[in-house]
Design a protein around this ligand. Structure first.
Ligand code: ADP
Length: 252
């Protein structure tokens, strides 16, 4: 589904944000990507979303080789992704229905189909009763659930979530990740970039730790890993890796 092969990203000012990164994510996997500030998480996402191109190496997502995407292919490519952002990015002037419908209207879906799908998606995220509310009338957790419904509107194979719980309280954060797990169980590949170490420890999923532009660890969190981790925020990259003593390190 996703393949980063020997990817290096150097920005024009000489900063190397990713260095020789190799990552393979198979269809139907659930992967957390974690790392301290400056580790390269945003750069990883920008490459995935085709907002940046690698300086060397290649990024492949599904049938798309991103280095070689033509102008015509870019919208096709983005359409197969469902993207969820930290700040929700809902349209303030539109109600919940239209925020979700909008994603389908831009690809020419018929209104009757849109109506059925919006109703279905709002049930899925547990918000059918908010269909005619504006985003400002919803809590952060509710807004993010609408954003997830919108991300699912065109039935993507892959969900990419960028710090989706960054503006949400811990209980609701857990519910949101549970929702991603549910979507993943139904067959959608999920890549979630997050700072929320405590949250990640609660799930037995693959974790890729970026540190200073490289993959510092990649593997599952064993039961013992959760116990080994501290509870407070962990700031330095190395301390973070140490906190995940349960991570099985693979030879990269
Ligand atoms: P994270 O999302 O993990 O905080 P980033 O991918 O944003 O990490 O940043 C990785 C490194 O690349 C950092 O040193 C950052 O300062 C640098 N960086 C990010 N974006 C740019 C840019 N547009 N130009 C130059 N350097 C950048």
């Amino acid at each position: 589904m996703i393949e980063f092969r020997d990817v290096t990203k150097e920005y024009p000012n000489g900063t190397v944000a990713l260095r020789n990164v190799n990552i393979n994510i198979r269809p139907r996997e659930f992967v957390f990507v974690v790392g301290s500030s400056g580790a390269g998480k945003s750069t990883f996402l920008k490459l995935l979303l085709h907002e940046e191109l690698p300086s060397s190496g290649s990024v492949r997502v599904g049938r798309f080789e991103l280095n070689g995407l033509t102008k015509q292919q870019i919208p096709l490519y983005r359409r197969q992704l469902g993207v969820v952002f930290q700040d929700f990015r809902l349209i303030a002037a539109m109600d919940v229905y239209d925020n979700i419908a909008f994603a389908m209207r831009v690809v020419g879906t018929r209104e009757k189909v849109i109506k059925e799908r919006v109703n279905y998606l709002l049930k899925l995220v547990g918000l059918p009763h908010k269909i005619h509310n504006k985003p400002s009338e919803l809590s952060g957790g509710e807004q993010q659930r609408v954003a997830i419904a919108r991300a699912l509107a065109n039935n993507p194979d892959l969900i990419i979530a960028d710090e989706p719980t960054g503006n949400i309280d811990p209980r609701m954060s857990r519910e949101l990740v549970d929702l991603f797990v549910q979507l993943n169980d139904a067959g959608t590949t999920v890549v979630m970039v997050t700072h929320a170490h405590d949250l990640v420890r609660q799930y037995n999923k693959r974790i890729i730790i970026l540190d200073n532009g490289t993959v510092a660890a990649d593997g599952g969190l064993r039961q013992t890993g959760a116990a080994a981790g501290g509870t407070g925020p962990i700031i330095g990259g190395n301390r973070f890796v140490n906190a995940y003593s349960g991570i099985e390190r693979r030879a990269m």
